[in-house]
Write a protein that binds this ligand. Structure first.
Ligand code: AMP
Length: 418
């Protein structure tokens, strides 16, 4: 075997390490998301990272960019085609059908946070392994749910201190009203054929709605001339959309109707929405979602409607404020073997009582250890010397103010936790 250079072993393009310096933001985002989702009656569900390729071909849709270009597909040793999940909804739907969760009395409201994989061209805000927080609701067809999940997303973003967002909403109709719109759209796209990129020219016949997803200027300006889906909605879809918008007004949520918002996936029906941030650059969507009322039925399951959204964690974290809730930990200073032993006992005592505690085992002078505590940004230091051990009283220093007092371990705990 030839030796590999460190360069060969570097991370794969489009993936990234989430380093300790930033991980607090991820933890905060994940914890806050879980808390909020649970307040609205969602339960966590976890499904495998890889699934049968057909699941995504069928679920995500054969004409979607994800299926055509972006899947991480491989053949396993048994010759089966498997795919690393590019999105979560097909897995959840599969799990519901397979585990017959629809027969249970609980609400079918699920959430999930984890990695996704898409072989897209990496750029800022677009990765090949990225993470999503995802929610899905099944069996609730009322527009109240559509508005509630937008309201929930907005609450979550505001809890995380994210400002400067825009909420875009649309309806993509249903199987009744979409075909006549498709026809008109196809005609319009054909007349603009020469202004469209090669990819969009292909979409004219496969799925003209996808042309709206193209970010190229020439395709965007051509698409601006296309008919709008909102003018083709059947009465049921129109009523649903009107009620959805009324409810957003009721929640005092500002939004824009964006008829070109069709989203990149094939399965949407009726409501679609996206939350974008002007701070994100070209990849500006923090989250996106919509209704998929036919998906479960298409999977061979019961006819149960669904709606959900997926939020990109990398993008979310990148627009979160940098201010960290102050890190509060105790640094224990010890000198010599006996003192180290007492320091270990004290560290166990403080940790058992919920105080983050750091001590280092390298022999260092008192002054050196104090300056380490300072450098590490400890909130307090506690000196454990011979005298202190005898008295069972220790020097607790507030590193910010410099105030120092002599306290028992119980008194120290009280000060640090009050
Ligand atoms: P989608 O599943 O395509 O509807 O995407 C939902 C959200 O996931 C988007 O709004 C983004 O925030 C995020 N997202 C999608 N694809 C990527 C990617 N390749 N890299 C980073 N985030 C992504």
């Amino acid at each position: 075997m030839t030796a590999r250079s460190p360069k060969d072993l570097s991370s794969i393009k489009g993936t990234q390490d989430i380093l300790p310096k930033i991980v607090w933001k991820w933890q905060k985002a994940e914890e806050t998301a879980k808390k909020i989702f649970e307040l609205y009656g969602y339960k966590e569900i976890r499904t495998p990272v890889f699934e049968a390729t057909e699941l995504f071909e069928k679920g995500t849709g054969e004409t979607s960019d994800i299926v055509i270009k972006e899947m991480y597909t491989f053949t396993d040793k048994a010759g089966r085609s498997l795919t690393l999940r590019p999105e979560y909804t097909p897995s959840v739907v599969r799990s519901i059908v397979e585990n017959r969760l629809y027969l249970r009395p609980e609400l079918m409201r699920y959430y999930f946070i984890g990695p996704m994989f898409r072989y897209d061209k990496p750029q800022k805000g677009r990765y090949r392994q990225f993470h999503q927080a995802d929610i899905e609701v099944f069996g609730e067809k009322d527009p109240e749910v559509d508005a509630e999940i937008v309201e929930m997303a907005r609450t979550l973003l505001s809890k995380l201190g994210i400002q400067d967002i825009d909420i875009l909403v649309n309806s993509v109709g249903c199987q009744k009203c979409r075909p006549s719109y498709h026809k008109k759209l196809k005609q319009a796209a054909k007349t603009h054929r020469e202004h469209l990129c090669e990819d969009c020219q292909r979409k004219i016949n496969t799925n003209p709605l996808r042309i709206f997803d193209c970010k190229k200027d020439e395709c965007r300006s051509a698409a601006a001339e296309f008919p709008k889906i909102t003018e083709f909605l059947c009465p049921e879809c129109k009523n649903h959309f009107d009620r959805f918008c009324e409810l957003l007004d009721f929640y005092r949520i500002p939004y824009q109707v964006e008829p070109k918002l069709v989203r990149g996936l094939d399965y949407y029906t009726k409501t679609t929405f996206e939350v974008i941030s002007s701070k994100l650059g070209a990849q500006d969507a923090i989250l996106g979602g919509g209704r998929y009322d036919d998906m479960m039925k298409d999977f061979g399951g019961p006819d149960i409607c669904g709606i959900g959204f997926a939020m990109g964690m990398e993008r979310l974290v990148s627009v979160m404020p940098d201010k960290k809730d102050s890190e509060k930990f105790l640094y224990i200073v010890h000198m010599g073997e006996k003192s180290k032993k007492v320091a270990l006992e004290l560290a166990k005592y403080f940790r058992d009582n919920g105080v983050e505690c750091v001590l280092e085992y390298k022999e260092r002078k008192l002054r050196k250890q104090m300056s380490r505590a300072d450098k590490l940004n400890a909130a307090w230091s506690l000196v454990v010397g011979e005298e202190e051990i005898k008295k069972k009283k220790y020097q607790l220093k507030d590193m910010k103010t410099g105030n120092q007092i002599e306290v028992t371990k119980q008194e120290a705990l009280k000060r640090m936790t009050s």
